[in-house]
Write a protein that binds this ligand. Structure first.
Ligand SMILES: [Zn+2]
Ligand SMILES: [Zn+2]
Length: 375
């Protein structure tokens, strides 16, 4: 006899069971690969504040030699660096209670209770929870699994990957090497002119990581048919200007796949990109206010990228440096003339000055005797 037929839990109406789950399961979770299995942890910062320089990652003492801050600045989880710390138990900078909340001891316990409850909870989760993925490997694993591989995988990998095709809310945060995003110009022309169907047939001279990139987006459109909201956050882990990246090229696959309706339920796609320095923006490579506009299906948002970075001083030892094309604009914010302005507003003012052939930065340099590095 099935012992669960004696359970008082499952005969309860689905609404009651779901109300119980809603108490236990966070509204946003991270998925990441750990020892070849998909691990789940709570997202403790589902909507990180915008326009942060990185100073908020400081621990104690002099920020220049703050090794914890340097590690946080190097986090591949980007704005979810706190979620990474609690998910992986890094640093010991949080109270153990906090770690328990993030690793979600209760969530793990009920997921481990029995297979029936596990399935019940996963059905609840795919419908209500926002799933965050912060690395390419996990992203690839989730969308490119062979869904026809049958039940043999269920027990080795857990049920979770099999629920991925039913995800409704997905947030992808990718902080990748600059070299990943630096596409050769000919590959750009080829991939951006190719329709969705042609993406997989891209010529051999396209670097393999770009093929993988195209394949992942194609797999997402093919597999995640229930997807309703997709949010993408992109940046590099390099202090060089984001303007080196051809945004139109790297988002071309996504735009092509969505615009031809391969993911029918998709209501909203937003892409968060680093703020562009007005000095370096180019309409043919970047989504600027000038033409051509971004594809109608995409909402582009911009954020200041971190101006502080972790730098290896001696092997294994990291210090913090302040190095950004925006450093001077950030410093402007501290002047009385700019009081109450956000960085985005200062950048906008700078953009307008540039259109008139002036530069706030240059004027500021002339006004002050500071020595600024030439950009
Ligand atoms: Zn998070
Ligand atoms: Zn702890």
């Amino acid at each position: 006899m099935d012992p669960q037929s004696q359970s008082r839990f499952f005969p309860m109406p689905i609404e009651i069971r779901q109300a119980i789950y809603a108490h236990i399961i966070p509204s946003a979770v991270h998925l990441f690969l750990q020892q070849d299995k998909v691990a789940v942890s709570a997202c403790i910062e589902p909507c990180p504040e915008r326009d942060l320089s990185g100073m908020e990652r400081r621990s104690t003492g002099d920020w220049r030699t703050d090794a914890i801050m340097a590690r946080r600045l190097r986090s591949s989880w980007g704005p979810h660096w706190k979620c990474e710390e609690v998910a992986l138990g890094l640093g010991g900078s949080y109270a153990d209670k906090m770690c328990d909340v993030a690793r979600n001891v209760t969530m793990s316990a009920i997921l481990a209770a029995c297979k029936k409850m596990y399935t019940d909870i996963l059905i609840f989760m795919v419908n209500t929870v926002t799933f965050h993925v912060t690395d390419l490997e996990t992203f690839k694993y989730l969308v490119q699994r062979n869904q026809d591989s049958g039940l043999s995988h269920l027990f080795s990998e857990g049920l979770l990957p099999n629920f991925c095709p039913f995800l409704k809310q997905l947030n992808i945060t990718l902080r990748l090497h600059l070299s990943f995003f630096k596409t050769p110009e000919n590959a750009v022309a080829l991939t951006s002119s190719a329709g969705a169907g042609d993406i997989l047939k891209t010529p051999d001279n396209i670097p393999s990581h770009l093929k993988t990139w195209a394949q992942i987006w194609a797999a997402l459109a093919r597999q995640l048919k229930q997807l309703q909201n997709l949010h993408i956050w992109l940046d590099t882990d390099d202090k060089s200007s984001w303007s080196l990246v051809n945004e139109r090229a790297i988002l071309s696959h996504l735009a092509a796949l969505i615009s031809i309706g391969t993911a029918p339920g998709l209501k909203h796609v937003s892409v968060n990109l680093p703020l562009l320095h007005p000095r370096h923006e180019k309409p043919e490579r970047h989504f600027t206010n000038d033409n051509p506009p971004p594809p109608a299906c995409l909402t582009i948002q911009r954020n200041l990228r971190q101006t502080f970075h972790g730098k290896e001083i001696t092997p294994g030892e990291f210090h913090v440096i302040s190095d950004s094309e925006f450093s001077i604009l950030v410093e402007m914010l501290e002047l009385p003339e700019f009081e109450g302005m956000s960085l985005a507003e200062v950048v906008k003012a700078e953009q307008e000055c540039w259109r008139r052939g002036q530069s706030l930065e240059a004027e500021l340099r002339a006004l002050t005797s500071w020595e600024f590095p030439l950009l």
